[in-house]
Write a protein that binds this ligand. Sequence first.
Ligand code: FES
Length: 320
Amino acid sequence: MDPLLQVRVAAKRPVADGIAAFELAPLAGERLPVFEAGAHIDVHVPDGPVRQYSLYDLPDDPQRYRIGVLRDPQSRGGSAKLLDAVQEGDVISVSAPRNHFALERDARHSILFAGGIGITPILSMAQQLAREQRSFDLHYCGRSLSRMAFVEPLRRSGFAAQVHVHVDDGAASQQLQARRSIGRPAPGTHLYVCGPTGFMAHVLETARALGWDDAHLHREYFAAAPVDHSADGPFELALARSGAVVRVGADQSAAQALLDAGVGLSLSCEQGVCGTCMTRVMDGVPDHRDLYLTDAEHARNDCFMPCCSRSRTPRLVLDL
Ligand code: FES
């Protein structure tokens, strides 16, 4: 794992109902790694969990990371702690930026879909595409304008004509018509979506129904939907390199069983979103429950996310 970066909260301000923007600056004499549109950082919430936040702006001064934090009513100490306990001037730990949601370099046209706080990586993507004078459209959906961050900056931007705002409580004429906005697949056209799970499923399923293939569909999840664990059973993990066998109980994750057995494993989101714990599978069939891998990658069954995924076979053989 990369060493953590210490950053100072240089600014914190509300940008919509329930959303605050944090601007993070390096400590004196230090420099922050550069990033590209779509990147996120892990934020180590003080006395709390690790959470992923997309970097929402491509600043002219790259020595700033900007994140938007939405208050999650179900928060178990992540967003609520950041919003309530972290103030301007505080120093917090973050990871270097990672990017699993990068723009395709050779795209001829890009269609960007943001739902709610999903605007954060999508805003950076629109800025990057605009700077590079590349063709794109941005569809930004939300429940009401007061809960949507960055609408005014988008409307004032040099690419305002490519921005389409769709508000649930607005006029029928501006509601998102997903089939029309997505259209039939075309060579060189890529679709990017970020937002709540239901919104993303709607956009992705509509695109697939229109004939798009997964290689042109790009997505970034913030959090996994609740999973029903009532039918979970035990299974074994055979570690090919060490020869050890680790038993996973019905009431624990594979990652927890590995850590309890002293096997080194990097974890971050612990809900199948970030890809940090990805582990190679040499034999057996995983029960994939992550949102990180695509359907085609799941079908290969050659890797899995032990933080959330389980096994369909009594044993998985892992490259550990
Ligand atoms: S820790 Fe994030 S996918 Fe497993």
